[in-house]
Design a protein around this ligand. Structure first.
Ligand code: NI
Length: 271
């Protein structure tokens, strides 16, 4: 097949794969796509709201969640990508109220718009800040040096803004390769994909998001959602209640992965 045609065919595969499905089991070092490729997961294009007020509002401080053994319990970890956004503080308050830990894969461009929110996430017990690049590009489709800078620069920005050194990296659209994995390894970050997608770039009602997410969840699941969407934030209380009703314990990535190795890829956790 001519090269251009081949590229196009690959893109189609990636897009269709993403739009439909669930998670792609990605092996370390491959460029296999994750779920969300080609979707409007582009945090970065969202306009900034200049108002600083919602970010500055106080969020109650939760008690630190107890460490749990995910080889014995049915664990699930929630992750939120592409923020911080204007409504992230609302989500944070919900998570604190429900005593649910979560990981936020932050985009540098959004951190610059909402630095106080990034700090607040990092300072809230149970919450983890993680790396989702500066401007959310397809890392496997840009020059290696640029891809490396995307990962490294956001690591520095997260550290500078929150005081926390991120230990998890999620490549936008799940697109990664040996080179991006090597950068993550050097920075001490595990490459974290997901096993269940909220598909909140496709559906825009809380009920639908809960409906499509729940059947994808099995013990050890890592759930991908986006805190830039108001419908996602509205779906979270119901999602939490329904997961708990099914006997799931909501845990942090630290608990579900338990000592992950930098540079290795994880789509799900212990079960
Ligand atoms: Ni993303």
């Amino acid at each position: 097949m001519p090269r251009r045609l081949l590229s196009f065919a690959c893109l189609v595969v990636v897009l269709v794969g993403c739009a439909r499905s669930g998670p792609v089991a990605t092996t370390v070092g491959t460029a296999a796509g994750g779920t969300a490729a080609g979707t409007p997961d582009a945090s970065a294009t969202r306009p900034a709201t200049a108002s600083a007020s919602p970010e500055a509002s106080a969020t109650p401080t939760p008690s630190a969640p107890a460490r749990v053994d995910c080889t014995k319990l049915k664990c699930v970890a929630l992750t939120f990508d592409d923020g911080p956004g204007p409504q992230t503080p609302t989500l944070l308050a919900t998570l604190v109220d429900k005593k649910v830990p979560a990981t936020f894969f932050l985009v540098g461009r959004m951190i610059k718009q909402h630095p106080a929110t990034a700090r607040r996430i990092a300072q809230t017990p149970g919450m983890t800040v993680a790396n989702h690049t500066m401007i959310h590009p397809m890392l496997t489709r840009i020059a290696a040096a640029r891809a490396a800078a995307e990962i490294t620069d956001n690591t520095k920005l997260i550290q500078k803004t929150t005081g926390v050194k991120p230990r998890y990296f999620r490549p936008p659209y799940g697109l990664h390769n040996n080179r991006t994995d090597a950068v993550a390894k050097k920075l001490g970050q595990a490459v974290v994909l997901w096993s269940a997608g909220a598909l909140d770039w496709q559906y825009d009602t809380p009920a639908k998001i809960v409906e499509v997410t729940l059947p994808q969840i099995t013990p050890g699941a890592i759930v991908l959602a986006h805190d830039i969407h108001p419908w996602t934030i509205k779906a979270v209380p119901s999602l939490i209640a329904k997961l708990r009703a099914k006997g799931y314990t909501l845990v942090s990535l630290d608990d579900i992965l338990r000592n992950p190795r930098a540079g290795n890829t994880y789509s799900r956790g212990l079960h």
